[in-house]
Design a protein around this ligand. Structure first.
Ligand code: CA
Length: 229
């Protein structure tokens, strides 16, 4: 459940905002003092702030500035005067939205919802999931560079891992040993195409049930190798 902090000294307004937001499924807390409001905003986990401008302790301008230095949490600023909105914009404090009193509670709820949805998308897009390749019991976690066969983890050297991953990412494509060597080993590497053969053998020992009848990496005689899907 999304948690909203209202920093507002007019209790009637704060209560009204709280009621409407709670009806829309938000968890809401109220702070009536600017200093304590900022302290909670910085130390606790809120998903959104609704911030009044004129407050005892510390004004909304300063609170907004200080929260923005530490957090990306959306801030909706509330003011009784239209002039203040221009001032907020002019100061570039990093508020996400502005609303003037009096406002309709449903408009407030709509704005809170819109900002939370946008913020959640932003957070979501920053979370990078591990890139996983899964083929018939073989699981390759490209990000963590780990491999499992039938749920059991197997250890691979760097080049074995790179070679296996390259083949698995390009299934049903036949690569010559030369192509694989050029792809996986850099120019300075000592070795030749026999290195590829040796690595394929080692990979097969780790992933194949029967290396004489490989299920994953197939030998195409006279050409090279292919990852079967
Ligand atoms: Ca006020």
């Amino acid at each position: 459940m999304s948690k909203v902090l209202i920093i507002e000294d007019e209790v009637a307004i704060a209560d009204l905002e709280k009621d409407y937001l709670e009806l829309s499924g938000f968890e809401v807390e109220i702070e009536t003092n600017g200093t304590t409001g900022l302290a909670r905003g910085l130390t606790e986990d809120f998903d959104m702030f609704i911030l009044d401008l004129m407050l005892p302790g510390m004004d909304g301008f300063e609170i907004c500035k200080q929260i923005r230095q530490k957090k990306n949490t959306p801030i909706l600023m509330v003011s009784a005067k239209k002039d203040d909105i221009d001032k907020i914009r002019g100061l570039g404090l990093g508020a996400d939205d502005y609303i003037t009193k009096p406002f309709s509670p449903s408009e407030l709820v709509a704005r809170v919802k819109a900002h939370l949805a946008r913020y959640e998308r932003l957070i979501g897009s920053n979370m990078v999931e591990n890139e996983i390749i899964e083929i018939r019991g073989l699981k390759i976690d490209k990000t963590a560079r780990r491999v499992w066969v039938g749920g059991e983890e197997r250890q691979f050297t760097t080049k074995e891992f790179d070679l296996l991953t390259f083949l698995a990412q390009n299934p049903n494509h036949v690569f010559t040993k030369e192509e694989l060597f050029n792809k996986i080993w850099d120019m300075e590497s000592v070795g030749d195409i026999a290195t590829v053969t040796v690595h394929i053998k080692k990979i097969r020992e780790k992933i194949e049930f029967n290396t004489a009848k490989p299920q994953y990496i197939e030998t195409i005689w006279g050409v090279g190798y292919r990852f079967k899907v």
